[in-house]
Design a protein. Structure first.
Length: 247
């Protein structure tokens, strides 16, 4: 009689019960509150930035976000540049569709005022360690419907040369464009990359329409843990156990 594969092996393959849409190294993951935000004190963060108007950032699951304050704090290993218009902030609205402290992150934001179609915003994350793999995450939600706040995002971790990854055209005001279940579903964009010596991660958003720039609410960058030797040993042990039972 054949033994069944232990259910733990199946459980290890389940990343989340939430909606997850993928494109190469870029994933879109639904979030509804603190519990499924993916923001955890057990993660190691190089960046946890809140782009709201307050002088203190959101506190989510023990993770204290730093307040960007329109670039006033020069210690964040982060910079922002725009090709047209000006950097403005907004107190936000209640259309965030999330609960808990995550709502503090997804209420107010920064954007480009007086921006042109084809205008770009670049976000540069510095202070990275070469050879380390990271998950950079942009937290986003619908501002209003039926706006066409479409943009293409490019992720470039290795400086001059070919662009590493880019999204298709995303309408930030319609989450259906990234495979979410509803137009007002909140989600984060996850980009996995390995840092290159002497290079920063540069994320560039190119907007499609006049005065419809990307709204930036929150951003994190976290270390991806290396596979645990203990975990591998456990898997090997389970495999041997299943083999013995089949004999």
């Amino acid at each position: 009689m054949k033994a069944r594969v232990p259910s733990l092996l199946l459980t290890l393959g389940v990343l989340s019960l939430a909606t997850v849409a993928s494109h190469a190294a870029i994933n879109y993951v639904q979030i509804t509150g603190d519990a499924d935000s993916g923001i955890l004190s057990s993660n190691t963060y190089t960046h946890a930035l809140d782009f709201g108007q307050g002088t203190s950032g959101a506190l989510i699951n023990g993770v204290q976000f730093s307040a960007y304050n329109n670039g006033a704090d020069g210690t964040l290993n982060f910079s922002r540049t725009v090709s047209s218009g000006s950097e403005d902030d907004n107190a936000g609205n209640t259309g965030h569709n999330v609960t808990g402290n995550l709502a503090n992150l997804l209420t107010d934001m920064i954007y480009n005022g007086g921006n042109a179609a084809g205008g770009t915003t670049s976000w540069t994350l510095s202070g990275l360690t070469a050879g380390i793999t990271y998950d950079a995450r942009i937290y986003t939600r619908q501002w209003g419907s039926p706006n066409d706040r479409s943009a293409t995002l490019v992720f470039d971790p290795d400086g001059p040369g070919a662009i590493a990854e880019s999204t298709s055209l995303i309408n930030e005001d319609d989450a259906l464009t990234v495979g979410m279940p509803a137009s007002n579903t909140a989600y984060y964009i996850n980009y996995r990359f390995t840092a290159v010596a002497g290079q920063d991660l540069v994320i560039t958003a190119t907007q499609n329409n006049l005065n419809q720039s990307w709204h930036l609410y929150g951003l994190t960058n976290q270390v991806v843990p290396e596979p645990s030797t203990t975990a591998f040993a456990g898997l090997i042990g389970l495999g041997l156990l299943a083999r013995r039972r089949r004999k």
